[in-house]
Design a protein around this ligand. Structure first.
Ligand code: FES
Ligand SMILES: [Fe+2]
Length: 376
């Protein structure tokens, strides 16, 4: 089944946008496709796992699982982030759960204990084991880089650095100084849909005036959507959009003197393939970082951050932060309804591929990315 499906995917990707359709529905529902994605995408690509300021102090850690590999991302004594395997070197128990601050990680099974850099420092009753050399044992590491305030992890030791991979995007992002934005919340959600349904949903603005008419859709001019005419990029796509004057947020604060003219009300919406999407406005950003959990569930890291000058302008920003979160939560619920809905559609026997609008150009670029990564 897989070779035929990938052949169709390649054909869909090769069509010009005016003839482009959605991907074959089995691309969303098949466990074989997910295995293939695990091997050719999630084991090789830079995966965003959240904002770097969510781990501000030495010893702060978070756990994440990428391509069946549980990892602990920690801030080391040198202030740098690193990602170590979250699997004990003894009999393979998972070491840590959730997030927190730790000077060491002790396995809950037989108490082997590791430093945050992965070095094994304690293992009781191993003195008679000849094939055991404590000083030589260390948890394997994944690549981990901080990039403009984001944490990116990659299981491929030979991957190009994320900064080099995204250099063309970096030029577009730098004027916003998003590395200084301060996180206001970060949560993990679990939805009943394939991860690609949510990636595609976030990328396109076509649904905003309809599915989000009660929230963001009211402040958005679809005809002002601006795509990059330079052509396709291998590792990301993006669009610019401008907020209407009625929008309560999305424009530069008076203390922001570095953005001028139309840039004071222009947001950029990048998707870093495969699964990191955000809206970056002059005053705030909000994001999703996705990981598949089977073909039919997605794990979503969802959060927002604000420009420091916006937060500093408030004596008491808590109420404003709560309002912002409530608004974004409503947007998320609206998206949840449609992305769980289209996943039901992908499983329905009568469903066939549907034609795309020119406003869904980024969905077609995503199809092309998947075809490049998955097809022989
Ligand atoms: S599996 Fe971790 S100490 Fe035994
Ligand atoms: Fe949406």
């Amino acid at each position: 089944m897989l070779p035929g499906l990938l052949k169709t995917l390649k054909q869909v990707a090769a069509s010009p946008l005016s003839q482009a359709t959605t991907m074959p529905k089995e691309i969303y529902t098949s466990p074989i496709v997910l295995d293939h994605e695990t091997q050719h995408i999630f084991s090789k690509e830079w995966i965003c796992v959240g904002r770097a300021d969510s781990l501000p102090k030495i010893g702060d850690y978070m756990t994440v699982e990428i391509a069946n590999q549980p990892l602990i991302v920690t801030r080391g004594k040198d202030g740098k982030l690193n990602a170590i395997s979250n699997i004990c070197l003894h009999r393979g128990m998972v070491l840590a759960q959730g997030r927190g601050n730790a000077k060491k990680f002790t396995c809950p099974y037989h108490a082997w204990t590791y430093q945050p850099d992965g070095k094994l420092v304690a293992a009781a009753f191993m003195d008679k084991t000849e094939c055991f050399d404590k000083s030589a044992m260390r948890l394997p590491q994944a690549r981990c880089e901080e990039y403009l305030g984001w944490i990116y992890v990659n299981l491929d030791p030979d991957a190009v650095s994320v900064r080099d991979q995204l250099s063309e995007l970096t030029e577009l992002l730098e004027p916003y100084h998003m590395e200084n934005y301060v996180s206001i919340f970060e949560e993990e959600h679990h939805w009943n849909t394939n991860w690609k349904c949510l990636t595609e949903n976030f990328m396109e603005g076509y649904h905003l005036p309809v599915a989000h008419q009660a929230t963001v859709g009211a402040h958005f001019n679809l005809m002002d959507t601006e795509f990059d005419e330079r052509g396709k990029f291998d590792h990301f796509t993006y669009q610019y959009f401008t907020k209407k004057d009625s929008a309560p947020v999305g424009t530069a604060h008076p203390a922001n003197t570095w953005l001028t003219g139309k840039w004071r009300s222009t947001s950029i919406m990048p998707t870093v393939f495969p699964s990191h999407m955000y809206v970056l406005a002059p005053d705030h950003l909000w994001y999703l970082a996705l990981l598949p959990d089977g073909p039919d569930h997605v794990r979503i890291r969802y959060g927002a951050a604000m420009a420091p000058e916006v937060l500093e302008a408030w004596d008491n920003p808590e109420a404003m932060i709560a309002d912002t979160k409530a608004f974004l939560d409503d947007v998320q619920e609206e998206d949840r309804a449609v992305v769980e809905g289209i996943f039901r559609g992908a499983k329905a026997p009568m469903t066939k591929a549907g034609p795309l609008s020119w406003l869904e150009r980024e969905n077609h670029e995503f199809t092309n990315y998947l075809a490049r990564m998955l097809c022989p």
